[in-house]
Design a protein around this ligand. Sequence first.
Ligand code: MG
Length: 235
Amino acid sequence: MKKYKTLFFDVDDTLLDFGAAEKLALQLLFEEQNILHTPEIEEEYKRINQGLWRRFEEGEMSRDEVVNTRFSSLLHVYGKEVDGKLLEKKYRSFLEEGHQLVDGAFDLIRELHSQYDLYIVTNGVSRTQDKRLRSSGLFPFFKDIFVSEDTGFQKPMKEFFDYVFERIPQFNVNDALIIGDSLSADIKGGQLAGMDTCWFNPKMKQNDSDSSPNFQIHKLEELKQIVSVKDRIGA
Ligand SMILES: [Mg+2]
């Protein structure tokens, strides 16, 4: 008998390599805008972007405010005034093409989907996440995809998970597990929602947050041992 029945997966940097998609999209955007693409400008972009998304997670900013100001804020630093909304639109069209898989993601999901109910829970833009999941080949293995843009709430908010749970037939939080790379969105969110959590930590970062996951894995394939009681007790 298995303990877990329902598995919730984050997308970015859990199943799909967001870093690779982002790098390519930034490169194409900067080229198109005749901006010299240097490691410094990329670092500065990440710093600004992460700061904005943190404010989003804390409920201080809307998603639209985040995405429509990140490029104007970035280029302002370099003395350029640009239409942030327009650049976002172009960036988004490049980003949609990025569907590089995290190591082991496809095999894991293909293997698990016959034994567990798999769902996606992601903060992001519905169209982008939908396109990337489809082109990666992962889409058909999931029973449903929940994107923050459609729910009106985002991880780690309890309301996001309330929305999700209400839409799953015969859902029981006691046999659910969330798997994700973000302590502040996935692990904290899972804990607020009352379910078990598994932190995917491939870079072996220190946990300096106040969230403590039930499990931690460094490779996706390690999840198989966690979800199977038989394997876990070594029987
Ligand atoms: Mg993530």
